[in-house]
Design a protein around this ligand. Structure first.
Ligand code: NCD
Length: 330
């Protein structure tokens, strides 16, 4: 579990992650996965440090798994939910962050419905000259780096459980299907998967997949991005299919005729999986609209579905991230 090569202080985006950094996260997470399989699942690594979960937007998996990850590393955790905080009395986001700073917080895990909030808080911490790290737990439609990394870990550890590493993804075909326009998960995954050498095939109705996604990644990534406004070409021989929730809370216009029609055109079912590679596996970051982006039977089928594995991987990957940015602080 070496962090000798780790120099990143905040984790805000995957856009500039290197393959060495991806491999360090994957291998560190694999070590923590082993810790989590022991009878005693706790290590003293972050004893005495404070991890504050500042969630200005709803969450089940991300918040709980960051909290559990911090606890497994023996950190003290603080949980904040904006609806029950002094923000209802008019306190600003930066003042809220400074309140947690004054309590001795070492790592702030931040989710906000607006893109850029974690970056703004990180900048303010740097300006103040304090050694507080900020971890982006999802900012608007922009990025969700820890989800991208746990998806990468889930896929790579399926391909080689002993040594998950990015080179395993070379020339794999990965389809991402659903509400790509509003998805920070899609954006983070496009960075990590194309940097790892996988080809990413995006599929959605045109209203949820604008042409600008063709230019989303930098030209030098070994994997490429392809756009499809029909599902079938994206699924053809795909090794993995990642489905995304229709994010109704972010839709400002009527972008779809009906959920029923969406399911007919883009919903994942057992019969549609037959177009894919015979060993295909299915991912979904959750929460799932059962029967809309994926059929209920397929979601619960352990032969294809990695959805529960993604949730379990989330704890090990978030332990890895907290360890890598936190272990220099003690
Ligand atoms: C995602 C999110 O919040 O961006 N969920 C998650 O973190 N597991 C995806 C979603 O909300 O659909």
């Amino acid at each position: 579990m070496s962090n000798n090569t780790w120099s990143r202080h905040h984790i805000l985006s995957l856009a500039d992650f290197t393959t060495d950094e991806y491999d360090t996260v994957l291998q560190t997470a694999a070590s923590f996965q082993e810790v989590l399989s022991r009878r005693t699942k706790k290590v003293p690594t972050l004893q005495g440090q404070v991890v504050a979960n500042l969630f200005f937007e709803s969450s089940t998996r991300t918040r709980s798994s960051f909290e559990l990850a911090a606890k497994r590393l023996s950190a003290d955790t603080l949980n904040f939910a904006s609806g029950t905080s002094s923000m209802t009395k008019g306190e600003t986001i930066l003042d809220t962050a400074k309140t947690y700073l004054a309590m001795g917080t070492d790592i702030m895990v931040i989710r906000h419905r607006e893109a850029g909030v974690p970056h703004a808080i990180a900048q303010e911490m740097d300006r103040l000259g304090v050694r507080v790290s900020v971890l982006n737990a999802g900012d608007g439609q922009h990025e969700h780096p820890s989800q991208g990394l746990l998806d990468l870990f889930t896929i790579c550890s399926l391909l080689d459980p002993d040594l998950p590493r990015v080179e395993l993804l070379k020339e794999k075909k990965i389809a991402i299907v659903g509400d790509i326009l509003h998805s920070r998960v899609a954006r983070s995954n496009i960075w990590s998967l194309t940097a790892s050498g996988a080809d990413v095939h995006l599929a959605a109705p045109p209203t949820l997949l604008p042409k600008l996604f063709a230019d989303y990644c930098c030209e030098n990534t070994p994997g490429k991005v392809f756009l499809h406004w029909e599902l079938e070409p994206a699924l053809q021989d795909a090794d993995f299919v990642m489905t995304l929730r229709l994010q109704k809370e972010r839709m400002t216009a009527h972008l779809l005729p009906s959920l029923r029609e969406y399911h007919q055109m883009f919903g994942m079912t057992h019969s549609r999986l037959q177009l894919c590679h015979p060993n295909v596996k299915l991912l979904h970051p959750g929460p799932v609209n059962r029967g809309v982006e994926i059929s209920s039977e397929l979601m619960d089928d352990p032969e294809f579905s990695l959805i529960q594995a993604q949730v379990s991987s989330g704890v090990a990957v978030r332990m890895a991230l907290l360890y890598l940015i936190g272990s220099g602080k003690a």
